[in-house]
Write a protein that binds this ligand. Structure first.
Ligand SMILES: C[S@@+](CC[C@H](N)C(=O)[O-])C[C@H]1O[C@@H](n2cnc3c(N)ncnc32)[C@H](O)[C@@H]1O
Ligand code: SF4
Length: 373
């Protein structure tokens, strides 16, 4: 009998928001009636059947989940009825959580209720990823967020008092940051008083027709902002363990680390993407159809592995390259360390620092130009 593979992480995409922010390119909408949520529940059932078929064909099963992540949209809006649906869904499909499962939900200020969270906690919720973006009312308004600064502070206070481990999302490179003199460090100091274990700081990425395109600061300003934030958070005891992610020791996101380590991740919900490691297959859901399936060959996976290791503090070692490519890898990384201060060799691995993360794509191109993958 063939060995059965287990997948231990599940991502569920909840596609609804109270209001749409002007920069957001995620798959989401404002529901016009409760029936859209009911349709979403039916979609999850439909997708679970399809997923079971794919897993059966690839000899993979749902293992006890070590991570479960509800992303969005705004899953904190799913509320009590969502918790009830999810409880029944888990029972019906025999989805079990490992006793130490990292169970995360994205939550927006102004889009949660304490009583709803209690229902989710009963199901095992133990981590929140809060979408703050900025604690300065001027930028919250520019981004057309539905919440205000007071809502953000109230959410931080609730999280501080709850038993939940939590992360806070910020965005850098916001429109008008330069002319309004955004003080990102002051914002971070205020947030750190509430003791988050984890922070994500993303550089705003938008399409060319973005409504505030002309007000986005220049590249040098954004790079400086990123470097300032990275050194500040490191001084505060956070590890800069991935391009956009910072954690207190021992409190990295297990779920996201599964992606970066190329481990299998199951996925449900419109536009969610999953990966089956042993089957070398990625699947991407569309709203109400079969998923798109991409088979990856070993070369593609090896290239992805290099990219993923470079973007995290896993870094790269000689063993990641063929014997012929190693001298070039060593030569390039020595140049990056000694002449450009982009990263460092330590204990047999080369890791990028914040300066290196900023130019990661061009470094990857340099590696590839030397046929290193
Ligand atoms: C899945 S999103 C949504 C989270 C939540 N709905 C919210 O709005 O706070 C997760 C995070 O991605 C980041 N993000 C969203 N749109 C972005 C963009 N256009 N550029 C950079 N980061 C973005 C934000 O920091 C956001 O909190
Ligand atoms: S709330 Fe989050 S997911 Fe919804 S539109 Fe705003 S950024 Fe996008």
């Amino acid at each position: 009998m063939k060995e059965k593979f287990l997948a231990n992480s599940l991502y569920v995409h909840f596609p609804f928001c109270r209001h749409l922010c002007n920069y957001c390119d995620f798959f989401k909408r404002v529901p016009q009636s409760q029936s859209e949520v009911v349709d979403f529940h039916s979609l999850l059932e439909f997708q679970k059947k399809q997923l079971d078929q794919i897993l059966f064909e690839e000899n993979v099963s749902f293992g006890q989940l070590k991570s479960l992540y509800f992303g969005g949209g705004t899953p904190s809006l799913w509320g009590e009825s969502g918790a009830l649906f999810w409880k029944q869904f888990m029972i019906k499909h025999q989805i079990d959580l490992d006793p130490n499962c990292e169970f995360t939900m994205e939550l927006n200020p102004g889009s949660w209720k304490k009583s709803d969270l209690e229902h989710w906690k009963e199901l095992g919720l133990n981590r929140i990823s809060m979408g703050m973006q900025s604690l300065d009312q001027r930028f919250i308004k520019i981004l057309d967020r539905v919440h205000n600064r007071e809502d953000a502070l109230e959410t931080l206070e609730m999280l501080k008092q709850s038993e939940l481990n939590f992360s806070v999302d910020f965005m850098l490179g916001l429109p008008h940051s330069k002319d309004f003199k955004r003080d990102i460090i002051a914002e971070l100091i205020e947030v750190l008083k509430y003791n988050p274990s984890h922070l994500s700081l993303y550089i705003l990425t938008v399409k060319s027709n973005y409504v505030h395109q002309k007000d986005i600061p220049d590249e040098e300003y954004i790079e400086e902002e990123y470097l300032t934030v990275s050194s500040f958070l490191k001084e505060q005891g956070f590890e800069h363990y991935e391009v956009s992610n910072f954690a207190k020791p021992g409190l990295r996101s297990f779920h996201n680390s599964q992606y970066w380590k190329q481990e299998s991740t199951l996925a449900l919900g419109p536009s969610a993407t999953g990966f089956l490691k042993e089957a070398q297959l990625r699947f991407k859901w569309k709203e109400s159809d079969q998923p798109d399936i991409e088979n990856l060959n070993s070369e593609e996976l090896k290239l992805e592995k290099i990219f993923l290791q470079l973007r995290t503090d896993m870094g790269l070692s000689e063993e990641d390259f063929s014997l012929e490519s190693r001298p070039t890898f060593l030569k390039l990384t020595r140049d990056w360390q000694e002449n450009r201060q982009l990263g460092e060799w330590q204990n047999g691995r080369f890791r990028l620092g914040a300066k290196g993360y900023l130019v990661m794509d061009s470094l990857l191109n340099e590696l590839m130009a030397h046929e290193l993958a």
